[in-house]
Design a protein around this ligand. Structure first.
Ligand SMILES: Cc1ncc(COP(=O)(O)O)c(C=O)c1O
Length: 467
């Protein structure tokens, strides 16, 4: 065997061993000082080393210091464990190492299939070429909002790429108070300006208040501004709330706004039994961001922008210099014409493998299992005298807080996540919801059990004792 074969077998064993042993180790622990120094302070080596040597370092210094998201009691942010199928094929993508900008090879062709599958899974219309894989939802959102901006400019007889935005009526975007920060970042990056991103209030269930949206759009139009886009959420990051998508779509249609749905985390929630009515209207969106690296567990990073009219994204990004002209490309052209990335990694392989391994039924089971855990935790919280539920469960996130005493609950719940994390037995993160410091547990791991939920609440009680 050559060096790569021998070391590759060892790397595969290390990866499999790491995943097999994850549940028996702490969910997370602070990086020990010696590892911290090694990880962040190494000198550039003058001479190289054998491949197997590198794996010894990985085994000693890297694998023991994970973020924690492989563990069944990791409930932080929206970070899933890796799908086994994704782990399996990552080395193959690296071995091929294509750029999936375009061309006639496996990468771009498989990406066509995977994007279509994702659209089919969530019931989004899929014209040929209607989407592309991205680094994550932040990039997908940039793609979608850039398409929205260019469509609005063209409708008004100008060109945002040619002319820039200056001298035009300010474009205005609408995002709910629970909308993800990536929506704001995208609007800022695209020159819309933070001042022109309207924050629409939410109702008691943390969903966009559509009457307020309608009034804000009307007011902005009357003031001579140019409302161009509304971004709703199919699963907010704080509580998993799904905005009233159908009603938002109505406002978008009335005012000619681009209707974007941030389903980065929650779009797949539509697969849970009985959930479809809550998602009604998602299929009316002009664009939908959906992250395979969230609920599906495709190894990071993989997002997806789904587009009702792919030509809108092409109009926003296509720029083909002589050295990239492909006379043999089909009518859809290259993926790099639909977004800002030129050299693009082979994200389709790990997504294809994950979806092929799970099938539609497996994805549905995963969504059902994890959504059920969120509902069960909510029920446990409601029954416990020292916890309070802060939002109804709409996807697989439970938002709650610890209430062992009357006073200082914001400070307590703000400090609790880190105190819990340091104990190493469970991991969740905090937020602010409805003006209060809150805990949120996001369930994405197929191996999490109801016993883990009991342990989580007990661990929170223990961690709170020292605060
Ligand atoms: C609802 C929601 N939207 C967007 C994002 C941003 O996605 P990414 O981190 O893949 O860029 C996240 C990330 O957690 C999210 O939860």
């Amino acid at each position: 065997m050559d060096e790569l074969s021998t070391a590759g077998a060892r790397a595969a064993a290390l990866a499999a061993g790491h995943l097999a042993g994850v549940a028996d180790r702490p969910v997370w622990r602070p990086v020990p000082d010696a590892d911290r120094a090694w990880l962040s302070g190494q000198e550039l080596p003058e001479t190289g080393r054998p491949l197997e040597d590198l794996l010894e370092d990985a085994a000693a210094r890297i694998l023991p210091n994970p973020m924690g998201n492989g563990h069944p009691r990791f409930f932080g942010w929206v970070n899933s464990p890796p799908s086994p199928a994704g782990v399996l094929v990552e080395p193959l993508a690296a071995a091929l190492n294509p750029s999936c900008a375009g061309g006639d090879h496996a990468g771009p062709l498989l990406e066509r299939t995977v994007v279509r599958w994702l659209a089919e899974l969530v019931g989004f219309p899929h014209p040929p070429g209607g989407g592309l894989l991205t680094s994550g939802a932040s990039m997908a959102t940039i793609v979608c909002l850039a398409a929205a901006r260019q469509r609005a400019a063209r409708a008004d007889g100008w060109d945002a790429r040619e002319d820039g935005l200056s001298g035009r009526p300010p474009m205005v975007a609408y995002v709910s108070a629970e909308g993800h920060s990536c929506l704001h970042k995208a609007a800022q990056l695209l020159g819309v300006g933070a001042r022109n991103v309207r924050v629409v209030p939410v109702d008691a269930r943390h969903r966009m208040d559509v009457a307020a949206l309608r009034a804000m759009v009307a007011e902005d139009r009357a003031a001579g501004l140019r409302p161009f886009c509304v971004a709703a959420s199919a699963g907010t990051v704080n509580s998993g709330a799904v905005d009233p998508l159908d009603a938002v779509a109505d406002v978008a249609a009335e005012h000619g706004l681009w209707f974007h749905v941030d389903g980065a985390y929650g779009a797949l929630g539509v697969l849970a039994a009985g959930a479809a009515p809550r998602y009604a209207g998602m299929e009316r969106a002009d664009s939908l961001a959906l992250d395979p690296h969230k609920w599906l567990g495709v190894p990071v990073g993989c997002g997806c922008a789904l587009l009702r009219d792919p030509a809108a994204a092409r109009a926003a990004f296509s720029l083909v210099p002589a050295y990239l002209v492909d006379d043999h490309a089909d009518d859809l052209g290259w993926f790099s014409e639909y977004g800002p990335e030129q050299t693009r990694p082979f994200r389709a392989l790990k997504t294809w493998a994950t979806l092929s391994h799970l099938g539609r039924q497996g994805v549905t089971r995963l969504v059902e299992h994890t959504s059920g855990l969120a509902r069960t935790l909510a029920a446990m919280v409601e029954q416990a005298p020292d916890f309070e539920l802060l939002a109804p469960v709409e996807t697989s996130i439970t938002a709650f807080r610890h209430t062992p005493r009357e006073d200082g609950l914001d400070a307590l719940n703000r400090a609790l996540p880190v105190a819990l994390q340091r104990r190493g037995n469970a991991f969740l993160t905090g937020t602010r919801l409805g003006g209060r410091d809150a805990l949120r547990a996001c369930f994405l791991h197929p191996g999490t059990t109801e016993d883990d939920l009991t342990l989580l609440l007990d661990e929170l009680r223990l961690a709170a004792k020292d605060l």
